[in-house]
Design a binder for this molecule. Structure first.
Ligand SMILES: [Zn+2]
Length: 308
């Protein structure tokens, strides 16, 4: 069984499965962001403290993408890992196989194996956090994608700045990926803030917009409806392309169950299949998807032989 890690820009968390889909945090430390040596030391010392029965291999969920050919990481917020083949570096240190997977892919795997999408063949997990991300699992396997990218439905200059005629042209917002008009700029928490500011001139956080929406405030209602509409439109295309039987939602906005229900309703009016049950639903593993998803990663036979 694996020692599991969830690596984010703030913390490294470590644990191992005690039951199917149950991976309590056994240790954590602040993420060393500037020194690769310190980073590898921190991980190696946590592996060293794990029970021997968990030390068949290391399974990592990370807020970045590993190139499947070279292992090189693309990662925004941990400077010392940029371009680094983390799996190989750590394998050289701990002498057991190391697997690295994207955190949204781990969310999809957690939900497919032990969450709301259990039993679904095709799973598209979406992340509505600060921005918009996602991961795909088909028949229990993560779809890694060319260059390590798949399920990233939040990028691509596709949004309609009128949200299907709900508002006058809001214009396009600059995305972190370099393009303008990505769903990432209008969905998610930052997106709600962008839309609300464009429509009202008010710079307030997404949580406040949501609270005002719940209280029936007219302006906030428009902002939420516009953001949700743009999310639903893009998501419906992905649902038609992938045919998922469940779309679990992770990230901070997944706690806003009323927002997710609203998006789900709009999506089900737009997709080709007739989904009679809610399709877009809050994920089960909202707090711990990284560790739970990592616990279901399995190394290929060749990797077990090669290192052990
Ligand atoms: Zn983008």
């Amino acid at each position: 069984m694996p020692v599991c890690f969830d690596i984010g820009g703030t913390n490294i968390r470590c644990g191992w499965p005690v039951a199917l889909g149950d991976v309590p945090i056994a240790a954590q430390c602040p993420t060393p962001r500037d020194s690769l040596d310190e980073f590898i030391d921190a991980m190696a010392s946590m592996v060293a403290k794990a029970p021997a029965a968990q030390c068949d291999f290391v399974a990592i969920s990370i807020a970045g993408f590993a190139n499947p050919e070279t292992g090189a990481l693309t990662i925004a917020n941990i400077e010392c890992l940029k371009g680094v083949d983390l799996a190989t570096k750590l394998e050289q240190r701990v002498n057991i196989p190391v697997l690295v997977a994207n955190d949204a892919d781990c969310l999809a795997l957690a939900e497919a194996k032990a969450g709301v999408a259990q039993g679904s063949g095709n799973v598209l997990a979406i992340v509505l956090g600060t921005g918009v991300g996602g991961g795909i699992v088909i028949n229990g396997e993560i779809v890694t994608g060319y260059g390590g990218i798949s399920g990233e439905w939040g990028h691509g200059p596709v949004v309609d700045p009128t949200a299907g005629g709900l508002v006058e042209d809001m214009g396009y917002f600059q995305c972190g990926c370099g393009q303008k008009g990505c769903l990432d700029t209008v969905g998610g928490a930052r997106g709600i803030e962008n839309v609300h500011q464009a429509l009202t001139g008010e710079a307030i956080d997404a949580e406040t917009v949501l609270e005002r929406w719940r209280a029936g405030d007219e302006k906030a209602t428009k902002s939420i409806e516009v953001s949700a509409e743009m999310v639903a439109r893009v998501l419906s295309t992905f649902i038609n392309a992938l045919g998922p039987s469940c779309v679990p939602v992770g990230g901070g906005l997944a706690h806003a169950q009323d927002l997710i229900a609203h998006i789900d309703k709009r999506v089900r009016t737009m997709v080709l299949s007739n989904y009679e049950q809610p399709l877009v639903v809050p994920a089960q593993h909202l707090k711990n998807a990284g560790l739970v998803g990592a616990s279901f990663l399995r190394p290929p036979e060749s990797k077990m032989r090669g290192v052990a």
